[in-house]
Design a protein around this ligand. Sequence first.
Ligand SMILES: *Cc1c(COP(=O)(O)O)cnc(C)c1O
Length: 362
Amino acid sequence: MSRPTHISIDTAALRANLERVKSCTPKQHVMAVIKANGYGHGAIRVANILESEVDAFAVCCLEEALHLREAGITQQIVLLEGFFHFDELSVIANQDLQVVIHTSTQLEHLIKTQKTQKTQLKKPINVWLKVDTGMHRLGFAPNEIEPFYKFLKQCPQVATIRLMSHLSCADNRQDTTTEQQARIFTALARHLNLEASLANSAGILGWPQTYADWVRPGIMLYGVSPFTESVAKEEGLKPVMQLQSALISVKRHRKGETIGYGATWRCPQSMPVGVIAGGYADGYPRHAPSGTPVLVNGKRVPLVGRVSMDMISVDLRSQPNARIGDPVVLWGRRLPIEEIATLAGTIAYELLCNVSNRVKIS
Ligand SMILES: *Cc1c(COP(=O)(O)O)cnc(C)c1O
C-alpha cells in the first residue's frame, strides 16, 4: 500500500470537451493548447489522445515541444513564446516546429541564420506573427506590424506566415474589451490577407466574433470553465482531472481543542476529525480556508484548520461512521475545481498547473 493521493484522468471527458470545441467552431482549425504539461494532466498523455483529432498543438517553449517529439508526437506544434536564443532555430527547423514571433529581436535572430551556410536552416519555418490588440503583453502594435510582415514575407527562412493575438478580458462576458480586440484583429487579418487565430477557450464559448481561422482551446479541453462566474457543467464541459485521496486518520477531539498549525480552528463540541493525505506539496491550495468542501465517501464535509504541506483535516460530524481508508475527492466531477479555486482566492488554471509530480496519475 502506498500513499493514496493520486489524480485520475477521464479520457472520455477529454474527448467530449474537444467535441464541445468543434460544435462551437466547426469550420475552424483547432490548435489544442497543452503547455505546462497539459495543464497538469500529462502533456504526452493528452497529446496521444487528441493527436488525430486536432490540427496542431501549442506549448510554451522548445523544451515542452521536444518532450512531445521524443514521445513520438508528429503533429504540428506551435511555440507560443517563440524562441529566446538564436541556437534554438536550427532545432526548431529540424523538428518541424512553428514559432510565434513577437519582437524584432527574434527577427534579428532569423536574419542571422542566413549569414553563413552553416547556420542556414534545413528548411524554412512556419511563423505566427503576434499582434498586440489590447492585452499589452507580447506582440507588435497593429499600426507597426506591416513592415515586420513584409520583412518576414521576403525572408527565405520563413515559410507560411499567420497572424495571432490574445484576448485579455474574454473571461468576463460583460467586458466590451473583447469586441474591440476582435474588431482590430479582424481588420488587420483582412488587410494583410493572412490566416489568423484569436480565440482561447473563453473566446470559443462566449465570443463568436473572435473565431477567425484557428482556435486555441486550453482550459476547456480539461473540462474547466474559462469564465469567472460559471462552472464546467454550465458550459457543457466535463472535468477531466479528479484529485483523490483517502482518510489516513480519524480521531475524536474534545470541545475547545484546536486543529492544526496556528490553532486556527476550534472544535465547537466533542467531534470526529479526519485527516486526509493531501496538502500544498501535492498542489492543494494552502489558502483554502476552513469550510472549503471536500468529498468524503462522496459527500461534502468542510475542511478545518490550515492546509499543511502533506495533509488537511476535515470536520466529520456529518459522517460519524467514516473510517481510515475511506475515499476522498479534493476536486473532480462532483466537486468543481472552480469552486475550490474561488474559495482559495485563485483560478482553476493555477490549481491544475500546481499538481505536483509526487502525485501519481492513474
Ligand atoms: C494558454 C494560451 C491559450 C489557451 O488559453 P485558455 O484560456 O486555457 O483556453 C491560448 N492562447 C495563448 C497564446 C495562450 O498562452
